[in-house]
Design a protein around this ligand. Structure first.
Ligand SMILES: CC(C)(COP(=O)(O)OP(=O)(O)OC[C@H]1O[C@@H](n2cnc3c(N)ncnc32)[C@H](O)[C@@H]1OP(=O)(O)O)[C@@H](O)C(=O)NCCC(=O)NCCS
Length: 212
């Protein structure tokens, strides 16, 4: 097996957009995402990456086949829903680099590619931006969710080892349709952060949200 990694930006992503959409739809159908793939949404989502001059996607290939991908872009270029928790706290999106999804076909997991995805994105954020922090968000699922597979854990330990800490109370919402549902439903996603340079995490991200 000869796995290669390549970081692509802008129009160089266009020829593999269909591969990326297929990969996202396959992996995100599973727990905990439960996303019923939507080709139209995928097109719009991936267009953000093609259009953002600061965005990049790390592509993993086995020979010619795309078997994994991991994305990142300046928070400024992300959707309003994702920027909202930072802007609402008076923070400039320019301080943050947003790490999107990491998706890997199941048979390629457990060989260190997930770690490489983080390393490559951090290298990119450090060289191609002045962002002080990397952030990402992860879907929130209650412990008693009926579709939680037995023994399903979280990736918190994996992320902690990569230097990311949870930001309790800093969350955004996204709409998507779950398999078997008729309509899209609202999902909450919780943020994690890693300082990339010297700046400390802004206090406003560490304070519990005021209850109104
Ligand atoms: C998350 C994902 C990219 C990790 O990739 P991977 O190549 O299997 O991870 P690695 O082989 O680099 O593993 C690195 C570490 O994470 C741990 N790990 C990997 N997947 C894990 C999981 N599902 N649960 C708990 N720990 C996990 C490994 O045990 C390893 O631990 P170590 O650092 O102590 O040795 C991959 O499992 C995946 O595509 N999952 C489905 C999609 C997903 O959840 N994406 C993340 C959010 S978008």
């Amino acid at each position: 097996m000869s796995i290669t990694l390549e970081t692509l930006s802008g129009e160089a992503l266009r020829p593999i957009m269909a591969d990326l959409a297929r990969l996202r739809i396959t992996v995100f159908r599973e727990w905990p995402y439960l996303y019923e793939g939507d080709a139209e949404y995928e097109k719009k989502y991936l267009e953000f990456y093609v259009k953002s001059p600061g965005a990049a996607v790390v592509i993993a290939r086995d020979g010619a086949q795309v078997i994994g991908a991991s994305s990142c872009l300046p928070l400024r270029d992300e959707a309003p829903d994702v920027r909202a928790p930072f802007e609402a706290r008076g923070l400039s999106p320019d301080q943050f680099f947003y790490f999107g999804e990491s998706v890997l076909l199941p048979s390629y997991r457990g060989q260190g590619l997930g770690v490489r995805f983080f390393e490559e994105r951090e290298r990119y954020a450090l060289t191609d931006s002045r962002a002080e922090f990397a952030v990402f968000c992860s879907v929130r699922r209650p412990a008693e969710h009926p579709l939680r597979p037995e023994g399903a854990g979280t990736l918190h330990a994996f992320w902690a080892k990569r230097g990311f800490s949870p930001l309790p109370g800093v969350a955004c919402t996204m709409m998507w349709k779950e398999p078997g549902q008729v309509d899209e439903t609202l999902h909450w996603l919780d943020f994690f952060i890693k300082p990339l340079r010297a700046a400390p995490v802004p206090q406003v991200l560490l304070q519990p949200e005021k209850q109104s």
